[in-house]
Design a protein around this ligand. Structure first.
Ligand SMILES: Nc1ncnc2c1ncn2[C@@H]1O[C@H](COP(=O)(O)OP(=O)(O)OP(=O)(O)O)[C@@H](O)[C@H]1O
Ligand SMILES: [Mg+2]
Length: 350
C-alpha cells in the first residue's frame, strides 16, 4: 500500500541514506531528473545537480537538527538541461532500530510562480489604466478650451507675426490630445470576427520588411499550421503585434533576426483563468535585450528606453490583448528577447 502511494505521487520523492546515497526514487522523481531508478540507486544524490552546495548544506542541517527543512524557490540546474525552480523539503526519518534516512521531496513551482507573476501583470495594468483614464479626462477637457481660445485670439491679433505663437498653442494642444487618445486607443470596443493569427503575423511581417528594406532584417516564420482561427478584433490585434515587432526592429537597429512563432497549449491557465485551448504567439529577436532597470516596468505607459520613444507601444498592446482575455509576457537576455502573446481560443462571437 505505501509503495503504491509513493509511486503514485505526482511530486518527486527520493530516499537517501546518511551518506546521501540514493536508496530509492519514485517515478515522478525519475521523470524530473530524466533518469531511471536503476541507474540512480546506489549513486550519490548530489551528482544530479550542477550547483549542489545549498542542497548539501540543507541535507546536513536537517540531519544535524533532526528536523525537516524546506528550501523555497530553489533554482536547480539539472545536468545538461535548463534551470528549474523547486520547493525542496528534507525530512529525516529514524527507524525504530535507530537508522536514519532522509526523505527528499521536490515540488516544481515554476508554473505557479509564473501564474502569480501573470496575475500581478494583469492587476497592475488594470490599476494604471484606471488611474490614467481619470487623468486623461482631466487633461482633455481644458485642452479643448485652450485651443479654442487660441484660435479666437488669433483672429483678433493685429500683428500677423504674433500668429506664430497662437499656432504653437494650437499645435501643442493637438499633440497632447493625440497622445492622450493613443493611450486609450485600446478602450475602443472590440469589432469581433473570426481572425487568423497567421494572416495577422504575415501582414505585420510584410509592413515591417517594406519599411526596413535597407537594413539586414530577416523575419522568419515558425507556425503551427493546425492552429484554429479565433474570435477577435483583427485591426486591434494587428496593432498589438505591430507594436511588439516594431520594438524588436528598433532594438536590432534594422539589422538582425526576428522569429514569429505560433503554438497551441491545451488546458492552459492565463492569470487565474483556465482555458481549454490557448494560442501562443511569440516574437523573438536577437537584439541586445531589455535593460534590467526597465524590466519591471515596460508595460507601464510612458516607460521608454529610447530618446524618441513615447513609451506607449507595449502598454497599448497589453491593453488590447487583455481585452481579448489574454496576456503578454516576456523573457529577455542579451541576444534573446521573446514576447509571448497568450490568447484563449474562443470559437463563437459572444
Ligand atoms: N524587443 C526589445 N528589445 C529590447 N528592448 C525592448 C524590446 N521591446 C521593448 N523594449 C524596451 O521597452 C521600452 C518600452 O517599449 P514601448 O513599445 O512601450 O515604448 P517605446 O518603443 O519606447 O515607444 P513607442 O512604442 O510608444 O514608440 C522600449 O523603449 C525599449 O527600451
Ligand atoms: Mg514601442
Amino acid at each position: 500500500m505505501h509503495k503504491r502511494i509513493y509511486e503514485g505521487l505526482s511530486t518527486a520523492v527520493a530516499l537517501l541514506d546518511t551518506n546521501f546515497t540514493v536508496l530509492s526514487i519514485n517515478p515522478a522523481g525519475e521523470m524530473l531528473f530524466a533518469i531511471s531508478a536503476n541507474r540512480l540507486i546506489g549513486k550519490e544524490f548530489m551528482h544530479l545537480f550542477q550547483d549542489n552546495m545549498p542542497i548539501m548544506a540543507t541535507l546536513e542541517e536537517a540531519l544535524a537538527r533532526k528536523n525537516s527543512i524546506t528550501l523555497r524557490e530553489l533554482k536547480i540546474l539539472l545536468p545538461g538541461r535548463e534551470a528549474i525552480t523547486v520547493d525542496m523539503t528534507v525530512c529525516p526519518l529514524t527507524s525504530p532500530e535507530g537508522d536514519t534516512n532522509l526523505l527528499i521531496e521536490l515540488v516544481r513551482v515554476d508554473r505557479y510562480l509564473q501564474l502569480s507573476r501573470e496575475d500581478d501583470i494583469l492587476d497592475r495594468h488594470a490599476a494604471t489604466q484606471a488611474m490614467l483614464k481619470g487623468l486623461a479626462h482631466e487633461i482633455k477637457n481644458p485642452l479643448g478650451g485652450l485651443s479654442g481660445a487660441a484660435q479666437l485670439l488669433e483672429k483678433q491679433l493685429p500683428d500677423r507675426s504674433l500668429k506664430e505663437y497662437t499656432y504653437i498653442i494650437v499645435q501643442e494642444a493637438d499633440r497632447l490630445r493625440d497622445l492622450v487618445d493613443r493611450m486609450f486607443a485600446s478602450s475602443k470596443p472590440l469589432n469581433k470576427d473570426l481572425v487568423n493569427i497567421h494572416k495577422i503575423l504575415n501582414h505585420v511581417r510584410k509592413i515591417t520588411l517594406a519599411e526596413n528594406h535597407n537594413g539586414q532584417l530577416d523575419i522568419k516564420q515558425d507556425y503551427d499550421p493546425s492552429l484554429p482561427e479565433l474570435i477577435g478584433d483583427n485591426d486591434q490585434l494587428i496593432q498589438a503585434v505591430l507594436n511588439i515587432v516594431k520594438n524588436a526592429v528598433e532594438s536590432l537597429k534594422g539589422t538582425g533576426r526576428i522569429i514569429l512563432r505560433t503554438r497551441i497549449e491545451r488546458q492552459f491557465t492565463i492569470g487565474s483563468r483556465r482555458h481549454r485551448l490557448v494560442l501562443k504567439a511569440e516574437i523573438e529577436d536577437n537584439g541586445p535585450g531589455i535593460p534590467d532597470e526597465l524590466k519591471e516596468q515596460v508595460f507601464y505607459p510612458m516607460v521608454t528606453g529610447r530618446s524618441e520613444g513615447t513609451g506607449l507601444g507595449l502598454s497599448l498592446a497589453q491593453s488590447i490583448i487583455n481585452s481579448h482575455d489574454g496576456l503578454i509576457e516576456f523573457k529577455s537576455r542579451p541576444g534573446k528577447t521573446i514576447f509571448t502573446i497568450l490568447l484563449p481560443i474562443i470559437k463563437s462571437v459572444s
